[in-house]
Design a protein around this ligand. Structure first.
Ligand SMILES: [Fe+2]
Ligand SMILES: [Fe+2]
Length: 303
């Protein structure tokens, strides 16, 4: 522990953790309080969650860039020199970065270790899975983007939309346990091989249960369930499947179909949509397929 005066130079820090779109540096800590420096790339959503300790204040001062916060009274655009803080937070709040952003972040409870460990573990696994699974790096990002758009369009609650984002990012982490040869096998899998694949939603759910994201475990477990009961691992039907999982199913399937794999070329967007339409009401919720289609039309991906 530092006692007395401590002087820090630019680029000095106690600890830091880096993700693809954000970095958090712990600059100083004392008596439970932490002072952090956070940078986040443009067009990201940052969530501030209620602390483990209720009596937490989290303070953010914008050093650089522009963000948007949605409050009950509308949207607020905030710039360099503006600040906001949460006190005794009881529900998750979020802000969106409009540009690359740098923030001074002060918390009256120690959060750095907790945030960095949870996120570090899970994102590292997610990254490993992407490599293993030979998808392009952007697969997870695209699944998240489309799933979030569908959720917003369907007017789901903020909480559900946030769950969709987290669950999309982590949906396939259970694949870490599937042998590479099976994951990337060209052609049909044997029943025995398929048994391995079928375990990944449950394994992923178990993995998040050990973290602060445990509340999304069911979505992860259900992302391969299909409404006619033909999915896995449990063969759930219709309303037994969470809406968040049904949305991720559509977004994930669409992206999987349109992505090139080492052993086969991806379908065109229009072919993939035809396939989703064919299975609409059988595997996938009709409303979700329709919303997905509308989004693709509006974005000019299909006509
Ligand atoms: Fe999956
Ligand atoms: Fe996936």
């Amino acid at each position: 522990m530092n006692q007395g005066l401590y002087i820090g130079k630019r680029n000095e820090f106690i600890d830091r953790f880096t993700q693809s779109s954000a970095e958090l540096r712990l600059l100083a800590k004392g008596d439970g309080t932490e002072v952090m420096f956070q940078t986040v790339r443009a067009n990201e959503t940052v969530f501030i969650e209620p602390g483990k300790v209720k009596e937490t204040m989290e303070f953010f001062y914008i050093l650089e860039g522009e963000i948007r916060i949605d409050t009950d009274n509308g949207q607020s655009i905030m710039k360099q020199g503006d600040y906001f803080y949460t006190n005794y937070l009881d529900k998750t709040v979020e802000f969106n970065t409009l540009t690359d952003v740098a923030l001074l972040y002060v918390s009256t409870q120690p959060l750095f270790g907790y945030i960095s460990e949870t996120i570090r573990d899970l994102t590292e696994i997610a990254k490993k899975v992407e490599k293993k699974d030979s998808y392009t790096h952007s697969h997870i990002q695209r699944v998240k983007d489309y799933a979030a758009k569908i959720g917003n369009r369907m007017g789901l609650s903020k909480e559900k939309n946030q769950n969709i984002v987290f669950a999309s990012l982590l949906h396939d982490i259970g694949k870490i346990n599937v042998p590479d040869e099976i994951l990337n096998k060209p052609g049909r899998l044997t029943d025995e091989e398929f048994e391995y694949i079928k375990r990944h939603p449950g394994d992923g759910a178990e993995m998040v249960k050990k973290t602060s994201y445990e509340y999304i475990w069911q979505i992860i477990e259900q992302h391969h369930e299909r409404i006619d009961g033909s999915g896995y691992p449990h063969g759930l039907k219709g309303d037994e499947i969470l809406i968040e999982a049904k949305i991720i199913a559509v977004s994930d399937t669409y992206d999987a179909m349109t992505t090139d794999r080492p052993y086969r070329k991806g379908l065109s967007s229009i072919q993939a949509v035809e396939e989703l339409k064919r299975l609409s009401g059988i595997h996938y919720e009709k409303e979700i397929v329709d919303v997905m289609m509308n989004i693709l039309i509006e974005e000019g991906v299909i006509e």
